[in-house]
Design a protein around this ligand. Structure first.
Ligand SMILES: Cc1cc2nc3c(=O)[nH]c(=O)nc-3n(C[C@H](O)[C@H](O)[C@H](O)COP(=O)(O)OP(=O)(O)OC[C@H]3O[C@@H](n4cnc5c(N)ncnc54)[C@H](O)[C@@H]3O)c2cc1C
Length: 380
């Protein structure tokens, strides 16, 4: 029982779980090896309304709180964590447009993003600009009526097929703000070189590509502008949203890891009894469930605060990201340990979770970066 969620939200979560078990469970290994087309899968998810949960009805969404998007990502990640990662950037762009977009930008993009007819991602990182994303070198150059976007981006989730990129660039036209955020049309394929999705330790179902932009046309009304916040603050907001979704992804995989470990501990016998009857194993399982639950509460609080307590959102997002990531990395290892040599088998779910979990401490903001952020917010 999860006391943070209302009974209605608990019921909705069970629906998301049922959808994930049916739609993702049977194909999770195929998603990981790209034998199932991720783009088509996401289009299907979008048609069912799950990509626009937190988009208002006015723009074709379900008009639910951000927490629902987070619950959905958690449910999918119980089956396939790379899907949670993929949704992290899509939801980050949606929430950023909701908060900072003009009416034109909202009506142009939110309906398409909600229906899965367009996928969105963040194009922030560059080779030399990771944690310090303010060091970006990509630039927008004025060409009379419009802008030209040039530069290279590193590690862009769904870079392969995203039709909308929230791209961070240097700002050459204003001395007030050194950075600019633009909504870039990813469909200009002849002007975007897409690097391969390189093999990596985990999160293999996601597509992650390096991109090179060569004179991509960007309309002047595609810039995100805020009177209240700098571009750096807007970019941090997008990242904060992504972090909460990544932390939910970590919680989803932890739940599956605990279930697998408990099931195995009940079945596997050594010294004449199930290993789950040994206190050493019981304590591992108790630790896992307690710390999964603590991570989840932080994630739900962070998601809730986006709508209900915006002033604490950034702090909550940083806390839940590093905590859930650390717990997922540690407990996926503990769960694997419970399975002994069987846990090491290539292609088992627990081996996959062990590989996927590490990534939650790195992508879309490392654990160290979260602590740096918290240090600033706490004014230490
Ligand atoms: C799977 C994956 C998907 C990604 N998807 C996207 C995406 O869609 N869009 C996008 O823009 N980017 C994406 N990224 C990039 C990601 O956000 C960056 O990798 C991340 O911000 C870290 O940057 P870096 O890898 O360059 O590490 P670096 O910044 O070079 O850091 C290296 C190490 O130094 C530490 N460090 C850095 N600064 C400090 C400090 N001040 N104090 C203490 N320690 C510090 C870091 O924590 C880390 O341990 C993705 C990365 C991965 C791995």
């Amino acid at each position: 029982m999860n006391t943070f969620l209302s009974s209605a939200q608990e019921a909705v979560m069970e629906q998301y779980r049922a959808f994930a078990a049916k739609a993702v469970g049977p194909i999770s290994s195929k998603l990981e090896t790209h034998q199932v087309c991720l783009k088509e899968f996401l289009q299907n998810v979008g048609q069912k309304g799950y990509l626009g949960l937190s988009v208002s009805r006015e723009y074709g969404g379900q008009g639910l709180p951000f927490l629902n998007s987070v619950l959905f990502a958690e449910a999918l990640s119980e089956q396939e964590a790379g899907l949670g990662l993929t949704l992290a950037t899509h939801f980050a762009v949606i929430e950023t447009i909701k908060k900072y977009g003009t009416d034109t930008q909202k009506s142009r993009y939110l309906p398409l993003l909600a229906r899965g007819e367009l996928f969105a991602t963040l194009a922030f990182s560059e080779e030399q600009a990771g944690t310090d994303f303010t060091a970006v070198e990509a630039e927008l150059v004025e060409t009379g009526t419009s802008l030209n976007y040039n530069g290279k981006k590193h590690g862009v989730i769904t870079g392969d097929f995203a039709g909308l990129l929230l791209a961070l660039t240097k700002n050459l036209s204003s001395e007030k703000d050194p950075l600019a955020l633009a909504l870039v049309d990813g469909g200009q394929k002849t002007r975007i070189n897409i690097g391969p999705d390189k093999t990596r330790l985990g999160m293999r179902s996601a597509y992650i590509n390096d991109l090179e932009f060569k004179g991509v046309a960007v309309a002047k009304d595609a810039l995100l502008v805020s009177n209240a916040d700098s571009t750096e603050a807007m970019a941090n907001y997008a990242l904060d949203v992504a972090k909460v979704v990544v932390a939910a992804t970590a919680c989803g995989m932890m739940r599956t890891a605990v279930d697998i470990a408990v099931d195995y501990a009940n079945k596997r016998e050594q010294f004449g009894k199930p290993i789950g009857q040994f206190q050493g194993i019981q304590w591992k399982l108790a630790d896992m469930e307690t710390e999964r639950s603590a991570s989840l509460l932080q994630v739900y609080r962070a998601a809730w605060s986006l709508d209900e307590e915006p002033e604490s959102f950034s702090t909550n997002a940083a806390m839940c990201k590093w905590f859930a990531g650390k717990m997922a990395r540690f407990h996926s290892g503990e769960a694997l340990q419970v399975l002994g040599s069987y846990g090491l088998g290539d292609g088992t779910m627990i081996e996959k979770i062990y590989r996927d979990a590490k990534a939650t401490e790195i992508y879309l903001g490392t654990s160290e970066a979260q602590k740096v952020q918290l240090t600033k917010l706490l004014k230490i």
